[in-house]
Design a protein around this ligand. Structure first.
Ligand code: PLP
Length: 459
């Protein structure tokens, strides 16, 4: 008989969580202007806002923290970090940054600009913001499969390669400085990209001499899905699969806050010596000297150790299974979710969950607020709040193709009973979904509005 898949670790250190009542949480929500990003973390019972920087570090990582070399130049910890990244990615030039978006900022400052286009399977919000801030246009090429939340398929994170090629012919290869594959595809539902799709994307780009970059935040989760779902890879190790994924790319940006199991960090890695030189010049102005970037030596140690731990297949089996477990329980309760469960999160399909709330009244935001009110669970809307845009002429809201609520699972943090509690709360809220109210935005910044926008429920 198949035994239960257990957490492949023991807990050495714990952190208490604070319990609150429904009336207390109503007050907290009101003070936070109904935006989960504005809720003090202390007031959250189960925090599923993000899997970014929320991992529990291992004893070995913590000992690396003590062992970090804080020399300004040529730190031993930098060389350990550089070795770990090179061993995994095979890229020649490794540039540490304080997090993923700092790597994006440097990259698009160099290759972006007005009149340029950057294709991606789906841009993550900071990637899109950095591309657009440079003046370039960020264009998504999700597959038709990937756009259907209820459809079960193995690789819904894939790039629509036919549409990509048509686009290259239309816009001209010289206007496309590089193309990105986000693995796993975060905004598209945490879904993986197949090796076949990676290869096909590379084949097309090579013909037009366009470099391929990976947005590699969740490379290990993606590699594990390839092992499980792409027959030719069943016998390969996750490390080998990851190596092969990187081998098709010319560089990557990475947020170490995801699959490097640390609380802060990132890097830019490239093969092109010129690009690396220019990137380091910007790095020195904005982040720091090239052997620490925006990080302390201890952070670099923790990343190096984390990159070794993340490819452990006992860990990945537990990780993917625990997310799938949450998905299965919700499906059993009839709750509409993006299928199949992704690598780092379960996405509630808000458009079906709260059918009566139109996109411009933010159904996802409404569910987010209710999950907090009912159970102290913090989640995040990924839909019209995060990706909605106003039409320049009419001022009307243009909504993205999906309205989702993300329940992101921090790595190695919550146990099965935490997850069972989450299932109970979502189930309860789903039971009275018809009573959910729409929201309106009363204040918003010009970019990345979901972080700071203020909302009010519509009466
Ligand atoms: C988190 C993330 C980023 C940005 O990284 P930060 O470390 O948060 O700046 C970029 N792309 C993807 C796919 C991400 O998940």
């Amino acid at each position: 008989m198949m035994k239960t898949i257990i957490e492949p670790f023991k807990i050495k250190s714990v952190e208490p969580i604070k319990f609150t009542t429904v009336p207390e949480r109503e007050d907290i929500l009101k003070k936070a202007c109904y935006n989960p990003f504005l809720i003090p973390a202390e007031d959250v019972l189960i925090d599923l806002l993000t899997d970014s920087g929320t991992s529990a570090m291992s004893a070995r990582q913590w000992s690396g923290v003590m062992d970090g070399d804080e020399s300004y130049a040529g730190s031993r910890s930098f060389f350990r970090f550089e070795r770990a990244v090179k061993r995994l990615t095979g890229f020649r030039y490794i540039i540490p940054t304080h997090q993923g978006r700092a790597a994006e900022k440097i990259l698009f400052t160099l290759v972006g600009g007005k009149g340029k286009f950057v294709p991606n399977n789906t841009h993550f919000d900071t990637t899109r913001a950095n591309v657009e801030y440079s003046g370039a246009e960020a264009v998504d090429f999700q597959t038709e499969e990937g756009k259907q939340p209820a459809l079960v398929a193995d690789f819904k994170g894939n790039m629509n390669t036919e549409a990509l090629e048509t686009f290259i012919n239309e816009k001209g290869a010289k206007n496309i400085p590089l193309c990105i594959l986000t693995v796993t595809n975060n905004s598209g539902g945490g879904q993986p990209v197949s090796m076949a799709n990676l290869k096909e994307t590379k084949r097309i780009l090579k013909r037009y001499k366009i470099p391929l970059f990976l947005d590699a935040c969740r490379f290990a989760e993606n590699a594990y899905f390839i092992k499980k779902r792409e027959r030719a890879y069943a016998g390969r190790t996750v490390f080998e699969i990851a190596r092969e994924m990187f081998s098709y790319a010319d560089g990557c940006t990475m947020s170490a806050k995801k699959d490097a199991l640390v609380n802060m960090g990132g890097f830019l890695a490239v093969n092109d010596a010129d690009l690396a030189g220019q990137a380091r010049n910007i790095l020195i102005v904005t982040e720091g000297f090239p052997t620490y970037g925006g990080l302390a030596g201890r952070d670099l140690e923790a990343i190096a150790q984390g990159l070794e731990e993340i490819v452990d297949e006992h860990y990945l089996r537990y990780r993917i299974r625990s997310v799938e477990y949450l998905g299965e329980k919700l499906i059993l309760a009839g709750v509409p979710i993006v299928q199949p469960p992704g690598g780092h999160a379960i996405y509630l399909d808000a458009a079906r969950f709260a059918k009566h709330i139109p996109p411009h009244q933010y159904p996802g935001q409404s569910i987010v607020c209710e999950l907090f009110r009912a159970g102290g669970i913090r989640s995040v809307e990924i839909g019209s709040v995060m990706f909605g845009k106003y039409d320049a002429k009419t001022g009307k809201l243009i909504s993205p193709s999906m309205e989702l609520v993300r329940l992101a699972i921090p790595r190695r943090v919550y146990t099965q009973s935490h997850v069972d509690y989450v299932v109970e709360v979502v189930h309860e809220v789903y039971g009275r979904r018809n009573l959910l109210k729409g929201y309106r935005i009363v204040e918003e910044p010009p970019m990345l509005r979901h972080f700071t926008a203020k909302f009010l429920p519509i009466r």
